[in-house]
Design a protein around this ligand. Structure first.
Ligand SMILES: [Fe+2]
Ligand SMILES: [Fe+2]
Length: 374
């Protein structure tokens, strides 16, 4: 008999997990969903792609590594993990410093949206495909992301907010990306997600006094899921060497730069959150780039030269331009318009300048497979 799970942590498919979250959506708050609905360059987006092309991938060139990765995901080591247990300390939302509360809720909403965006894309691929290898992988990844989103929603619900996932699925705008761009972007977001979560987890292991919310205790298993997802995309790219050579290397550089820069800007928008964690966002960014670069050597032929002084200067310039753009967008009148337009040009020039820093090349390993080691 098929017993239905009652908590998203135990759900074995994304569909089951989403049905549970739908049933809980009675308490969803409109303002949280509004935040999740925002479509800017920086907020998590929803993606769609050419599912037929994805379905046509033949994984035989990487069969051994593929089978062992899938077996590990099927064994489902984190089933039941993403739920509140006795380790979940009480959170005093009412007495949380208002700025911190606002930034932290914003962090949770955007993380939940990002998890859910992955879930929607993966679930759609599973639904549309007929290639057993591909549909199985995407079903497993959708399962994980639905649990992650469900767990963040658990945390948000305590603060009286939750993101209405059903509504987002129907109403949020979908951005079309060709499959190869989905590989670059999704691979990177899984790997940088791993690096971000493990860096915070290790920092709080050393400094538990900064752990102002219990959700951080769950980050290790969490980022191991993201690590596996990234491994899967590395294998998908490995099936076609053209994807990581020739002119595509420029695209890889573009995506590395865009993903790293977006992280820098978004983290600098949450100063109180990082202060509460005892983390300097500049140190954190550098730490995450270092780890992500080491990991992405498994498949990408280049890494960004993050030690080049122009790199940090460029990020700071981009960040300043972005702050001006945000301010101008809230102000009215012709001056605000001009300021915003100038800042947009400055942001573009900062980005181009980051792109022109010479990247570093390296020889790639025969097998892409890696284990999480940080
Ligand atoms: Fe996730
Ligand atoms: Fe993931």
């Amino acid at each position: 008999m098929n017993v239905q799970a009652s908590h998203t942590a135990d759900a074995v498919t994304a569909e089951e997990s989403l049905a549970i979250q739908e049933a809980q959506s009675a308490v969803d708050s409109a303002s949280a969903t509004d935040v999740a609905m925002q479509n800017t360059l920086l907020t998590p987006r929803f993606y769609t792609t050419d599912f037929e092309e994805l379905d046509a991938i033949d994984v035989s060139p990487v069969r051994d590594d593929w089978d062992s990765l899938i077996a590990q995901m099927v064994s489902d080591p984190n089933k039941g993990h993403f739920r509140k247990t006795e380790n979940w300390d009480h959170v005093d939302w009412d007495n949380m410093e208002p700025k911190l509360r606002r930034e932290f809720i914003d962090f949770l909403i955007s993380s939940c949206t990002a998890e859910f965006s992955g879930c929607v894309l993966y679930k759609e691929m599973k639904r549309r495909g007929s290639n057993k290898d591909i549909t199985q992988l995407f079903q497993l990844m959708a399962r994980d992301e639905a649990r992650h989103a469900g767990f963040i929603n658990d945390a948000l619900r305590e603060a009286g907010v939750a993101v209405n996932l059903g509504f987002l699925t129907q109403k949020k705008k979908y951005t079309y990306f060709r499959p190869k761009f989905i590989y670059y972007a999704t691979y990177l977001s899984e790997k940088i997600g791993y690096a971000r979560y493990i860096t915070i987890f290790r920092h709080l292991e050393e400094h538990p006094e900064y752990r102002f919310h219990p959700i951080f205790k769950w980050f290790q298993e969490w980022c191991n899921d993201e690590f596996s997802h990234g491994e899967a995309f590395a294998l998908l790219m490995k099936t076609d060497p053209k994807l990581t050579s020739g002119l595509n290397v420029l695209w890889i550089k573009f995506f590395l730069t865009a993903v790293y820069a977006t992280m820098y800007i978004r983290d600098h928008q949450r100063p109180e959150f990082h202060k509460a964690l005892g983390v300097d966002p500049d140190w954190y960014a550098h730490e995450v780039y270092t780890k992500t670069s080491a990991i992405t050597k498994q498949i990408f032929p280049i890494t960004l030269d993050i030690e080049n002084p122009r790199w940090q200067r460029g990020l700071e310039k981009l960040n300043r331009a972005n702050i001006t753009i945000a301010k101008a967008s809230h102000a009215k009148g012709p001056m605000a318009f001009v300021k915003g337009a100038v800042a947009r040009l400055q942001a573009a020039s900062a980005f181009v300048s980051l792109m022109t820093i010479r990247s570093k090349s390296h020889a790639r390993p025969d097998s892409t497979r890696m284990e999480p080691c940080y």
